[in-house]
Design a protein around this ligand. Structure first.
Ligand code: FAD
Length: 495
């Protein structure tokens, strides 16, 4: 398998000529794995163990994905493990990955952003990526099969003041810490929103020396108690939650459940937030607003799967049985498109351990199917059992957390809801009330909300909430912005 700059005029997929077996059993085929998080790495090593050649393509500098995000090796972090949970699992996995990198069975293409995957003329797939510091160097990789292990990204809903400097996403704050070894700028940070991510973020920031003014979770105590009772059969998960809770108590971080940040304040940058108690409908309880001085706010409202590449390929995207959306997969993690697998949070949000189990199942399935065989059911049994248990756990978690039902009522008319195009909530409301828009597409055409750089990836759930219309993952041809020069070259227009 070769990687090269291409001109798409060459209709023959790169790598199809002179493909060499680099170790492993002849005829085992080759898979391109997009995403080197827990799912992608687990799949890559399992497939490589069985003699499949693997090209692991990832946009980050190092393998690890969101959960095992690490600083650049050149920074010489002596104890990166202190920022991680489940580090030994990752060490075992990376030892296997390193062995396969050394024997040439796996090639890791870091800092490559995949923008499109297409079926090759005859068989197999061509994966189009951008490399280089400006993400403008086109590369393609050819494989007989593709695994989409692209993970998830954060959902952030608008509220008054959310665009102020100093407001970051919860995962963004964590990424700054894990990947950059820095804290969000400021002296006091408030962590807010909803979801199981908030506890590790607040605990991690506090352990790294930040003053965490409060953790504000909108799920109420009743919901949390219901969830705790439901997950009694998952003692390891309960223990993990208890450890984070104990760490917050130990560091003196006040935790408010059933509360929300209803506004962020500041003239030039964030200076304070208003926090209020919510009723059972998710509305603010009158007279409960309280101002907390802070200069950083880390906020998140859950995760959304990266389904862009799968959608462009034509894979079915659907609501999963355990909450939220994902690429539809069968028991082997195969999508409905022959030759394309999906694993980890791309196929449904459920945590890093679930991603590892799904990655293992996908890797084994790919290895078997590329040889025209059925996967060894017994070999997959342990991972399949883990997957079933963790999906049941994810279903409970989905029932506990979620943005308060009436969150959109608190978005003031002058609050910007689409940051790229600077569209205020008033414009969205007028499109609905005055111009008759009933769906997200009409709102976009009438207001430009979602037409900017992010193409709605960030703002669409918020715009849909304010408009009162349904949201589902959009299907776009390009998974990320691509320079026109690259597209022109792909057509062979440029010399
Ligand atoms: C911001 C954030 C923070 C999180 N923090 C925690 C936490 O603290 N604790 C916890 O339990 N769970 C956390 N999670 C959830 C956790 O990350 C996942 O459960 C787990 O990492 C999922 O593994 P994955 O392999 O499916 O995806 P990921 O770990 O997300 O890995 C996906 C990989 O694909 C790459 N990728 C995506 N699209 C492309 C593309 N087009 N081209 C090339 N590469 C691409 C990404 O760079 C990434 O490396 C977090 C999730 C997010 C989004």
């Amino acid at each position: 398998m070769r990687v090269a700059r291409v001109r798409m005029r060459m209709r023959k997929p790169v790598g199809s000529e002179g493909r060499q077996e680099r170790g492993g059993r002849a005829g085992a085929g080759a898979v391109v794995v997009v995403g080197a998080g827990p799912a992608g790495v687990a799949a890559a090593v399992c497939a490589a163990d069985q003699g499949v050649r693997v090209v692991l393509v990832d946009s980050a500098v190092r393998a690890g994905g969101q959960f095992y995000r690490q600083p650049d090796a050149r920074w010489g972090a002596r104890r990166p493990q202190v920022l991680h949970h489940g580090w030994r699992t990752w060490q075992r996995l990376t030892a296997r990955l390193d062995a396969h990198l050394a024997d040439g069975q796996v090639t890791h293409l870091a800092e490559r952003h995949v923008w499109f995957v297409e079926r090759a003329g005859g068989d197999g797939f061509v994966v189009h990526a951008l490399g280089g510091s400006g993400q403008d160097r086109p590369e393609t990789v050819r494989g007989d099969a593709v695994l989409l292990a692209t993970g998830a990204y954060e959902k952030v809903l608008p509220f008054p003041g959310w665009t102020l400097p100093g407001v970051v996403t919860a995962g963004g704050a964590q990424a700054m810490l894990k990947g950059g070894l820095v804290l969000p700028p400021g002296r006091t940070v408030v962590v807010a929103g909803t979801g199981p991510l908030l506890m590790p973020v607040a605990a991690g920031l506090a352990a790294a020396g930040a003053r965490v003014g409060a953790l504000i979770e909108s799920a109420g105590p009743g919901r949390l108690a219901w969830g705790a009772a439901k997950v009694a059969g998952h003692p390891a998960k309960l223990a993990e939650g208890a450890r984070y809770a104990a760490a917050l108590v130990w560091r003196g971080v006040p935790v408010r459940t059933g509360h929300a940040v209803v506004a962020a304040h500041g003239s030039v940058r964030l200076e304070a937030v208003t926090v209020a108690a919510l009723d059972a409908e998710g509305r603010v309880r009158a007279g409960t607003g309280r101002r907390i001085a802070c200069d950083a706010l880390a906020v998140g409202h859950g995760l959304l799967p990266h389904t862009g590449l799968a959608g462009a390929l034509g894979c079915r995207i659907e609501e999963t049985a355990y909450g939220g959306w994902g690429v539809a997969v069968d028991g082997e993690q195969r999508t409905d498109l022959p030759g394309v697998w999906a694993a980890g949070e791309a196929s449904g949000v459920g945590g890093a351990e679930l991603a590892l189990a799904e990655g293992e199942i996908a890797g084994r399935s790919i290895a078997a199917r590329l040889r025209g065989r059925e996967p060894d059911r017994r070999g997959c049994a342990a991972a399949a059992g883990t997957r079933a248990g963790l999906r049941a756990f994810a279903r409970v978690i989905d029932g506990v957390y979620g943005p308060p039902a009436q969150w959109a009522e608190r978005v003031g008319d002058d609050t910007v809801v689409c940051r790229c195009e600077e569209v205020p909530a008033s414009a969205v409301r007028s499109a609905v009330a005055g111009l008759g828009a009933t769906d997200l597409r009409s709102v976009k055409l009438l207001t430009r909300a979602g037409m900017g750089w992010c193409q709605g990836r960030v703002c669409a759930p918020g715009v849909a909430g304010v408009a009162g219309c349904a949201w589902s993952p959009a299907s776009r041809v390009l998974a990320q912005p691509v320079p026109l020069a690259v597209l022109a070259r792909e057509e062979g227009a440029a010399p």
